[in-house]
Design a protein. Structure first.
Length: 742
């Protein structure tokens, strides 16, 4: 792993006194200096800011927004803050805050550099400020200037977004807080919940279709004899029991309990079982997005239509046909579709208008006894179309999923859940999805001092020159403090990024993938032999799958003054990067030449994930992919429909990293610090100012571990889905990280 060279690195801050500086202790005689203020013990100075333009900084999260490559233009720095401090010993970075958290002085520098105001030939900006005597440590904070949102995106999706950017209050650095922003908050949280209540309520009332009360009635049907004559048969209400759909999920006919289910009854039983059987104990996550519900209803309605249009051969099948007619009428309350009268598949299923959905459900009397039907949907009447749920809240489709209680016959959406099967983040709700971080800057440094005044052009230009001691002549004293004779002060160490970055690429490990068909069929039909129902083989090309989102787990919501996670008052969640540049969405066809087979990079800004202790956490990354193969295939628990999204999970394990390959910086220290302010070299997945590159590989068996699926209604613990190769560029590498197992 190496320090990221592709990110823009800011070098030292220089502080130049125009005249003599004040003395370093109260016993020294103050030199006559018109810029010295004896009442404040401060000297007015020129503050010189040096930027390396050779390695400029980076999000859709794109290279331009994250300054991930040397070709990207510098975005500028605003909200800049500088702190001065006097430690007991010169030549040290600030290792820890003092007990009261107080620095000596704070400078609010506002926009210190506008976008594109520096280049390779002119990298200085000078402002005038003052510096207290005896200062020997400087800390710098800043963030990149927001530009214009990319087409079709918000500014937050383009550049990341923080809930709070707070580099301390007054001189109190203990109040520093940099906090990721939730994707959904405030009134939208309640709105989200009400949509979930309504959608799960629709499924509940449809699957609770019954022949009870006024719907338990005589049924007439016709049979045709061999001579073509038609005979009308009547099934009296007294000849069959009141029924709910669950009654068909039995080994016997609910109308003739001594007989196995008849053909039409079996179809109703099969579709009910598939809809309501969610293998939660095996880790199944049932997709609950608007698109997933439309896919389920398309298949469900097609089975119902087949039964509705069938010719019954006996009384139990006549009851089943009538039951299907009831279900058909109930589905039409909430969905539109093209429904053939010959029993063929239903197509073009969509939600009816939002107002009609709410009105029909509000008036609904078909509800399981002993449970309370949700109500009060005025705050979601403005939703244009539930098909775009939950993406309308800038959340991934996997942020919501269904559960079913067989005792109450009620569908619901769990509020605390583990989306996409991704571990390592504790209790999660939709409020735990964050925007990517913003591009932040951080400097923590001892100082150089000189008794000579220097012009801005006389300072070393660029990071490499600034870091080379030989470029500072013998008038400069390294690891010193401001004295009465000091006229120029330079921040010794570079200013660097306070955030870390993840570069994601994805490729195929083979040209032909296998799905999970055999295991699913064996689960549903244990009598199937080992050589029966083989896995489907899918040959992939450059259009088969599309990357639509990157979800990074285990992210600390808050980091403190040193941009490390706060050990107290902290929570964890997932960064959701759903603004994937079009060039990064495509996965090239398989090639044995890895460099030719990778997707273009996607960049995501994150926080350092250091934890105290000897063991650093693994990080799980879920890639949200769209199935464009033209085929349905089976994932870990169920069906991945063509056109739907699914998740493959990769594990980034710091234990796999070779510490000898980490190129720790030599001219500045990175947190965490030892007592002398030097870097504690702890390998971990995300390190501030480093880029972690993860080369995810879809292997031959990865699709067997695809998460967030729908039930297969067509009639006729964590498992990794990704393999990852991680790199720091030029540094930490996770190469060949297989998604979903080998």
């Amino acid at each position: 792993m190496k320090k990221i060279q592709a990110l823009a690195t800011l070098s030292a801050i220089a502080l130049m006194a125009a005249g003599f500086a004040a003395c370093s202790s109260s016993d020294e005689t103050v030199v006559d200096n018109p810029r010295y203020n004896p009442e404040t013990n401060e000297v007015t100075t020129n503050f010189v800011f040096n930027v390396s333009t050779g390695n400029t900084a980076f999000t859709r999260q794109s290279a331009a927004a994250t300054q991930a490559t040397v070709t990207e233009r510098f975005r500028g720095i605003d909200n800049a803050v500088l702190y001065s401090y006097h430690q007991g010993t010169d030549g040290k970075n600030l290792a820890a805050l003092p007990a009261d958290g107080k620095m000596e002085k704070r400078y609010d520098l506002s926009m210190i550099l506008a976008a594109n105001t520096v280049d390779a030939d002119h990298s200085h900006r000078i402002i005038e400020t003052s510096l207290p005597l005896n200062t020997n440590t400087l800390l710098f904070y800043g963030k990149a200037i927001l530009g214009n949102a990319e087409t079709g995106l918000t500014v937050e999706n383009t550049y990341g977004h923080l809930e709070e950017y707070n580099p301390g209050t007054e001189t109190d650095l203990s109040a520093a807080n940099f906090e990721l922003s939730p994707r959904i908050k405030g009134d939208n949280v309640n709105k989200f919940k009400k949509i979930e209540e309504l959608l799960s309520g629709i499924l509940t009332t449809i699957m609770y279709t019954n022949l009870k009360g006024t719907h338990h009635q005589d049924i007439s049907y016709e049979i045709t004899g061999l001579d073509g004559t038609k005979t009308t048969i009547t099934v009296l209400a007294s000849e069959y029991p009141e029924l709910i759909w669950a009654d068909y999920n039995s080994t016997n006919s609910p109308v003739e309990p001594t007989h196995v289910p008849y053909a039409l009854e079996q179809k109703l039983a099969d579709v009910y079982r598939e809809m309501t059987t969610i293998y939660q104990d095996q880790g199944e996550l049932r997709a609950g997005s608007g698109q997933a519900i439309l896919a389920m209803m398309t298949d469900l309605w097609s089975v119902i239509n087949e039964v509705r249009c069938a010719t019954p051969l006996n009384k139990p099948e006549a009851v089943a046909k009538y039951f299907a007619e009831r279900a058909h009428e109930r589905i039409k309350l909430y969905f539109n579709g093209t429904v053939p009268d010959d029993g063929h598949n239903v197509t073009g299923v969509e939600f009816v208008t939002t107002g009609n959905v709410i009105d029909h459900f509000t008036a609904e009397t078909n509800w399981p006894t002993g449970t309370t039907k949700p109500s009060g949907f005025n705050n979601i009447s403005d939703i244009a179309n539930f098909a775009n749920f939950p993406q309308m809240f800038h959340l991934p489709s996997g942020s919501t999923h269904l559960a079913f209680d067989k005792n109450t016959q009620v569908f619901s959406y769990p509020w605390n859940y583990n989306t996409s099967g991704m571990p390592g983040s504790g209790t999660i709700t939709v409020e735990s999805y964050f925007y990517p971080a913003e591009l932040l800057y951080f400097g923590n440094s001892a100082i150089r001092v000189s008794d000579k005044e220097y012009k801005p052009t006389e300072y070393p230009d660029g990071v490499a020159n600034w870091d080379e001691d030989n470029n500072w002549n013998n008038t400069w004293t390294k690891n010193s403090h401001v004295q009465s004779t000091t006229q120029s002060v330079a921040m010794q160490n570079d200013i660097n990024y306070g955030t870390a970055a993840l570069q994601t690429t994805i490729r195929y490990g083979v040209a032909t993938l296998k799905d999970n068909n055999h295991a699913i069929q064996k689960r549903n039909h244990p009598s199937i032999g080992d050589d029966e129902e083989p896995d489907q083989e899918i040959t992939v090309d450059g259009t088969s799958f599309q990357l639509v989102g990157v979800i990074v787990g285990g992210q600390s919501k808050k980091v403190g003054w040193n941009f490390l996670p706060k050990e107290s008052d902290n929570s964890y969640g997932w960064i959701n990067d759903d603004a994937i540049p079009s060039a990064a969405q495509g996965i090239p066809a398989y090639s044995s030449v890895i460099s030719d087979a990778k997707s273009q990079p996607n960049y995501t800004l994150v926080f350092d994930n250091y934890t105290s202790g000897s063991t650093q956490d693994k990080v799980y990354v879920a890639l949200e992919l769209r199935n464009n193969t033209g085929k349905d295939f089976y994932g870990l628990h169920n069906l991945i429909r063509n056109g739907s999204t699914f998740y493959l999970i990769g594990e980034l394990d710091p234990a796999q990293l070779n510490e000898a390959n980490i190129d720790w910086p030599t001219h500045h220290a990175l947190p965490p610090y030892d007592s002398n302010g030097a870097t504690i070299q702890t390998k971990r997945v995300f390190i501030q100012d480093f880029m972690t590159t993860a080369d995810f590989v879809i292997g031959a068996n990865s699709l067997k571990y695809a998460y967030l699926t729908v039930p297969d209604l067509r009639y006729s613990s964590v498992t990794l889905g990704l393999s990852v190769d991680i790199k720091w560029s030029t540094g930490i590498n996770f190469d060949n990280v297989i998604l979903g197992g080998n």
